[in-house]
Design a protein around this ligand. Structure first.
Ligand code: FE
Length: 335
């Protein structure tokens, strides 16, 4: 081999060697609206398995999105983890996420729980369902979200504030299912049945049922789980509505690779790992949620609340129809 050829071969090897070296020393920066105690064990497990170091910042969804926008190309964030499809949709709409084409993610995350444009992927699922007083309500009296507007629930219904994205997404999904006119009628009928002004969070809403202020409400399953863990004799139970029609309203926490990620390949690998069978329980169980991956079962504790048919409406609608939902709730007098 000539010296020239040797040099060329050496340079060729060097070209391959550098990317491999980088892959070994991979690191990731994550911005997370999911709380630290829920994500830290996952990051540690991933670092242990792959050697990839993960640094992270946690904050609320709004400020993290503003920060990503302000940082633009200079952001250090490779991955954004946030809660509610409404927030994920906003991040995509603001252009801070990038499209990820991954067969692994497409196989692990059902189509309705991810962005049709592949900018974000649901990673854990929560149901926003009916909760009722076991002292004053029997499950036979309940049927659908829509029926919470019936006269029988007058001055018995409690709701969380319409300012929270969870209810904005819920109403956006009602618009997607029924159209704006019917959705408005449903929300108006709820407002007419309210037993008290809307509460600031799901836990307070359930505590108000326990205090006798009302008998039924709509909450995320994991908040019910937290109360039940504190008090196994809780005089509340979950009800799965719309089982003969649209199914229970579900939402996700999820993630997307940032548009200007410095380590996008490593970020995609981590995202794929989060959707995998081995990580799904770590991700979901920490917050008493359901895995999105259909091959993974929920924790026994969560399974004890019963099985249900979930809505298969694409969650991107929760974002696309969010501003319509906010206006609709305002017109209906839902504060
Ligand atoms: Fe929450």
């Amino acid at each position: 081999m000539s010296n020239l050829r040797k040099t060329a071969l050496f340079l060729l090897l060097l070209m391959f060697a550098i990317p491999i070296g980088q892959a070994l020393a991979a690191e990731l920066v994550v911005y997370s609206a999911r709380k630290e105690h829920l994500i830290k064990p996952l990051f540690e497990a991933y670092t242990q398995e792959t050697g990839t170091e993960i640094t992270y910042v946690t904050d609320k969804a709004g400020p993290l999105l503003q920060r990503l926008k302000a940082e633009g190309k200079n952001t250090r964030a490779d991955l954004l983890i946030t809660v509610d499809a409404g927030n994920l949709w906003h991040a995509a709409n603001e252009g801070v996420l990038q499209k990820v084409d991954s067969n692994v993610l497409n196989a692990n995350v059902p189509a309705n729980l991810r962005d049709p444009n592949n900018n974000w992927f649901g990673l854990s699922l929560r149901a926003r369902t009916i909760v009722y007083s076991t002292e004053r309500v029997t499950p036979e009296e309940l049927s659908t979200y829509e029926a919470l507007g019936d006269d029988v629930w007058n001055k018995r219904l409690l709701l969380r504030t319409s300012k929270k994205v969870y209810n904005q997404s819920l109403v956006a999904m009602l618009i997607a299912e029924h159209g704006e006119k019917k959705a408005a009628e449903i929300v108006e009928s709820w407002v007419a049945n309210l037993a008290a002004a809307p509460f600031s969070n799901d836990t307070k809403t359930m505590e108000a049922i326990l205090a006798g202020q009302g008998d039924v409400a709509i909450v995320n399953t994991y908040y019910f789980g937290r109360l039940l863990k504190k008090n196994p004799d809780l005089k509340l139970a979950l009800y799965w509505p719309n089982q003969n029609s649209t199914g229970v309203h579900v939402n996700v926490s999820g993630a997307g690779v940032t548009k200007y990620a410095k380590n996008s390949e490593a970020a995609i690998k981590f995202l794929e790992w989060l959707s995998s069978e081995k990580a799904q329980n770590l991700f979901a169980d920490a917050n008493m949620e359901y895995p999105v991956n259909p091959n993974v079962e929920a924790h026994e504790y969560v399974k004890a609340w019963g099985t249900f048919k979930a809505s298969d409406q694409n969650l991107a609608d929760a974002g696309a129809l969010q501003s319509d939902a906010i206006k609709l709730m305002d017109r209906a007098g839902y504060r």
